[in-house]
Design a protein around this ligand. Structure first.
Ligand code: NAD
Length: 371
């Protein structure tokens, strides 16, 4: 019987756990044994007793390493060197962001599977799409955090003391996180406008009932569905258009990313300087807003709060862990159709996520050294 081990994440801001008790129970139903590091779910309010009630065993970290065939995590563990040879490690390993990690894992003869490399457009991979599930949580939290930091109401409120105007919210980048931020800000009653460089995303913005901001550039969709970087002159025209639009908004949420390139600068200091005191700018991509720093709230000279928030999914640990655990169970079910792990490099999903195996890096993008 295959044993799946669940590791505690490194202490710090990370509060998620890779497998919830409910998901552990689902694996048990598939005749997979689950061992969980004691306290692994604690920061997401999943107690050791909940895992035991679901049929999992709660053990020490060393025992998880010693007994598991497959190890589940979110981030690569700090003690990668402690992983016994031949184990399978599954997580959001970001091997393209840290090429040395893949080399270390291959040298340790670990089979590494990274969910952030999943081919997202394959319909049978959608239940495993952890980037989407976590971006969805981050977009939701972004709207809440921006509403909390903003000194006014998001909705229009009619009271005996008068009527308040609704907040004007602009969301730059309407992928998974941006669309959820738009939907959540609208649910809170704000007047929301969205913007993206992909034409398809503009239709998504409109379908949520938000207004669409248009800037002077061609559709920048790539054949893989992701955005392509703007040419220098287009980026300049984009920044000028955004700079003209931004001052009328109370809240700006930015989520724009381009695979393999730095996050584009969309809100330069000059645009911040023209915003009203009390406005809020929240940068999920940390790079879209000039001067934003990760996990930091700063106040500009003219009273604009700038928040850099790269890991918001980690701050909604119950929802984010639940979604991630479902993605992990879907992947494990795919890898272990009969309860036994079977690697098949010809399978499109597996070829997409397999980083290294048998002492070698095998992923085509890593081998080419491209992002
Ligand atoms: P992402 O996190 O890479 O980027 C976020 C958004 O930023 C994207 O919408 C992108 O177009 C936008 N962006 C990039 N440069 C910009 C710029 N200069 N100005 C403004 N916006 C800019 O993207 P994501 O949210 O992970 O996914 C993006 C798209 O990928 C989805 O909307 C979809 O088309 C595709 N996708 C498909 C599936 C699927 O087929 N199941 C699943 C997930 C994502």
């Amino acid at each position: 019987m295959t044993i799946v081990g669940v590791l505690s994440e490194a202490p710090g801001r990370e509060r998620r756990v890779a497998l919830t008790p409910d998901a552990a129970g689902r694996l048990r139903d598939r005749r997979v044994r689950v061992v969980v590091e004691a306290g692994a779910g604690g920061r997401a309010w999943f107690g050791d007793g909940d895992y035991e009630a679901a049929g999992a065993e709660v053990v020490t970290r060393d025992q998880v390493y010693a007994r598991s065939d497959v190890l589940l995590c979110l981030h690569p563990p700090d003690d990668v060197a402690a992983l016994p040879e031949g184990r399978v490690l599954i997580g959001l390993l970001d091997p393209l962001g840290d090429l040395g990690l893949a080399e270390r894992l291959a040298a340790a003869r670990i089979t590494a599977i990274s969910l952030d490399l999943l081919p997202r457009t394959l319909s049978r991979a959608q239940a495993m799409d952890a980037l989407t599930s976590q971006a969805n949580v981050a977009g939701y939290k972004a709207a809440l955090l921006a509403a909390e930091a903003y000194g006014g109401f998001f909705p229009m409120l009619v009271t005996a003391a008068g009527t308040t105007r609704p907040a004007q919210v602009l969301v730059l980048g309407a992928g998974v996180a941006g669309l959820q931020a738009i939907a959540t800000a609208r649910r809170l009653g704000a007047l929301v406008t969205g913007y993206d460089v992909r034409e398809a995303a503009l239709a998504d913005i409109a379908s949520l009932g938000a207004s669409v901001l248009r800037a002077p550039h061609a559709d920048r969709s790539g054949s893989d569905g992701y955005a392509r970087p703007l040419a220098e002159d287009e980026a300049g025209a984009q920044q000028a258009a955004l700079r003209a639009a931004i001052p009328r908004f109370d809240v700006v949420i930015t989520t724009a990313k381009v695979p393999g390139a730095p996050a584009p600068l969309l809100v330069p200091a000059a645009a911040l300087a023209e915003m009203r005191p009390g406005s809020v700018v929240l940068d999920l991509a940390v790079g879209n807003v000039e001067g934003s720093l990760p996990d930091t709230r700063t106040l500009t000279e003219n009273g604009v709060t700038v928040i850099g928030a790269p890991d918001l999914a980690a701050t909604v640990p119950v929802a984010a862990s639940t979604a991630y655990a479902r993605n992990a169970v879907a992947l494990l079910t795919h890898l272990m159709p009969d309860g036994v792990l079977t690697l098949d490099p010809d399978d499109e999903v597996q070829a997409g996520v397999l980083v290294c195996h048998d002492g070698h890096i095998v992923h085509s993008r890593l081998l080419k050294g491209i992002r």
